[in-house]
Design a protein around this ligand. Structure first.
Ligand code: MN
Length: 633
């Protein structure tokens, strides 16, 4: 890579742009990185040069390209932020600062919390979306040279690229970068499948080319007859997209490889619909495969017509029809927008930023806030990690922080009472090191107190301070606490009161299935037992004289036992545990067994009130395959 190529690319987009700035940035960067080598053994300067070249290809301005050339210099202590500002001005220094340190955003996210805060974080970046462009080009080149890094680093970086940077590129509609990041990640994460798909693609290529050319000729002559000038292109499919289609398993593997895909680029929107008409007249369209993203653009601004037809040989052909502007927008996203709107002065820049803000507005109304969070999984930030509460609040913690740190960061009361945690829906130990983007749910228990063990693995000063204080307090109150904990251990909490006859033993009838969510009554049986039935149960109906008045106790809190009977299937137990988890319930113990086709799982759970128990029952009844929930005595 040579600086001349970058300058040439820059001139192509910006006639009369500030070439001197880019040249000076190059000379400075080359001087500072002079002694350094990349892991590949190449001179280090190749890396910033390549990053700058990608930025130039995207049509970025001189400041962004200069920042791309200089993005790694501050890591070298010889050259300070102040030097940078003095030599290249506020703007370039600010962009580089944004790439290396985004700590202001972190603080903001913490103040605002929730999904809103993530959006605000994006907006905070949106003031300088160019920072994200630099970061994406940086990561793209790092992925292209990933084979030179040690094995364990490769996996981590590839995973990050797939989970954080590729979705971010998609969000900004930088489809080429997204596709390349995905393919490269897959190459390192699943080399076997990657190679297999690549090989099959190479093998099927000659046959595909022949077919594509046949279809192309037919279309081109129809277009000529109708006096439409449009460009017809065969479309390259990314390996990752093929892999995703294979995973979805909605069609046999051969069909995925053999799918012919063409793109038609027109001059006007009107012509897009005319071309669609021509295609549908030539071949039989497949029902429900027509998508009009021109009238209804995707949230990221993507516009195109998609349709599928059946070829004369009976295989499907996929068409994308769009204008030149839509096509460039689809390939280069916001960068294309940049080009079309011109780039003179600050006002234009704000206009571009406004466009991005619009995307974020649209995002607010989409159904999947979690997907949005996923796209921003925050490894953009170096020193600290960001975790989420189940409701989407962002909690900032030092690296290696544990669920106990997380609990104390929410509230000291939650910290004191925390007994366990679920991270990304899996139970983990309290000393589990949290990672960026983890969704952490803290399980608490009344009367629970911190243990001195916690001091061995907690990382935050807040947690350590609070644990120490709680331990001191415990020593003072020790005898009292012991008494209460022994009491709660003894038995299940009582849920029902029999009017005037408190000493009766409660028994749940086996003929029906009495639950607090249903109409229930009790009849007296021998030996001081009151049997609870559903009021609709035949055994209850026929016994009128021994009926007792009962009352479900609203304020019952403590441990109760339930048995859950459901049609057994893969993932059933996880579904049940998650469902109980969504009600904020602590599971004290779980026992699972299978009888015939049914799974019978017994749980001891802690409830806060009768309403809480009813909520658990109602939600469990909705679990797929659920047959019955029983209360245990
Ligand atoms: Mn770099």
């Amino acid at each position: 890579m040579k600086i001349e190529i970058i300058l040439e690319e820059f001139r192509r987009h910006h006639v009369g742009g500030n070439i001197d700035l880019i040249k000076e940035a190059y000379e400075t960067s080359a001087r500072i990185h002079k002694e350094q080598k990349r892991a590949s053994g190449q001179p280090y300067i190749n890396h910033p040069l390549t990053v700058a070249y990608y930025l130039a290809q995207l049509g970025m301005d001189a400041e962004t390209i200069a920042a791309g050339l200089l993005h790694d210099v501050v890591e070298e202590s010889k050259y300070t932020k102040e030097d940078l500002k003095r030599q290249f001005g506020e703007e370039v220094a600010m962009l580089i600062n944004g790439v290396t340190n985004i700590s202001n955003m972190k603080r903001k996210a913490k103040e605002h919390g929730k999904v809103e805060s993530i959006r605000k974080m994006l907006l905070a970046t949106a003031k300088d979306i160019r920072v994200i462009f630099i970061k994406l080009c940086d990561r793209l080149h790092n992925m292209q040279t990933l084979q030179y890094l040690p094995q364990e680093k490769r996996r981590r970086i590839a995973k990050e690229a797939l989970e954080i940077y590729a979705p971010l590129a998609y969000r900004l509609n930088l489809i080429k970068i997204k596709n390349e990041l995905e393919d490269l990640s897959m190459k390192f994460l699943q080399p076997e499948i990657y190679n297999e798909i690549e090989e099959r693609l190479i093998l099927s290529r000659p046959h595909m080319m022949k077919k594509i050319n046949e279809i192309k000729e037919i279309i081109e002559s129809s277009l000529a007859e109708n006096h439409i000038k449009a460009e017809v292109k065969g479309r390259a499919k990314s390996i990752y997209s093929i892999y995703r289609k294979m995973q979805a398993k909605d069609r046999p593997v051969e069909k995925i490889y053999d799918l012919i895909a063409l793109r038609i680029i027109t001059k006007t929107v009107k012509e897009c619909y005319e071309v669609l008409g021509i295609i549908h007249n030539t071949w039989r369209p497949i029902p429900n495969e027509l998508e009009d993203y021109i009238a209804n653009p995707k949230p990221n601004g993507y516009q195109s017509l998609h349709t599928k037809v059946i070829s004369d040989e009976g295989s499907p052909i996929e068409f994308q029809i769009r204008t030149k502007e839509m096509d460039e927008n689809a390939e280069e996203g916001i960068a294309a927008h940049w080009k079309y709107k011109g780039e003179k002065g600050d006002k234009e820049f704000h206009k571009k930023m406004f466009w991005l803000k619009e995307i974020v507005e649209i995002e607010k109304n989409t159904k999947h806030p979690l997907e949005f969070i996923e796209t921003l999984k925050k490894d953009l930030f170096q020193e600290n990690i960001f975790c989420f509460t189940p409701k989407g609040d962002v909690i900032e913690l030092p690296r290696e922080a544990t669920p106990v740190d997380f609990a104390y960061a929410i509230h000291s009361d939650i910290g004191d009472k925390c007994t366990g945690a679920r991270v990304n829906d899996k139970f983990v130990s309290l000393r589990y090191p949290l990672k960026n983007g983890d969704v952490v749910e803290i399980i608490t228990k009344k009367d629970h107190v911190p243990s001195s063990d916690w001091l061995k693995f907690t990382k935050t000063t807040k947690a350590i301070g609070k644990i120490r204080r709680a331990l001191q307090l415990q020593r003072k109150l020790a005898p009292k606490l012991k008494a209460t904990s022994e009491k709660t251990k003894s038995k299940y909490v009582e849920l029902i009161e029999i009017e005037n006859l408190k000493s009766l033993v409660i028994h749940y009838a086996q003929c029906c299935n009495p639950l607090p969510t249903k109409d229930t009554g009790a009849i007296a049986t021998t030996k001081g037992v009151a049997t609870i039935h559903e009021t609709g149960c035949p055994n209850f109906k026929k016994n009128i004289k021994d009926r007792l008045k009962i009352k479900w106790l609203d304020y019952s809190s403590g441990n109760i036992g339930i048995e859950v009977i459901a049609h057994d299937r893969v993932g059933l137990l996880a579904d049940i545990i998650n469902t109980i988890g969504t009600t904020g319930t602590n599971i004290v113990s779980a026992k699972a067994k299978t009888i015939g086709k049914d799974a019978r799982d017994e749980f001891i759970i802690s409830i806060d009130s009768l309403e809480h128990l009813k909520n658990i029952i109602k939600r469990l009844m909705k679990v797929k395959g659920m047959k019955m929930i029983k209360l245990l005595e």
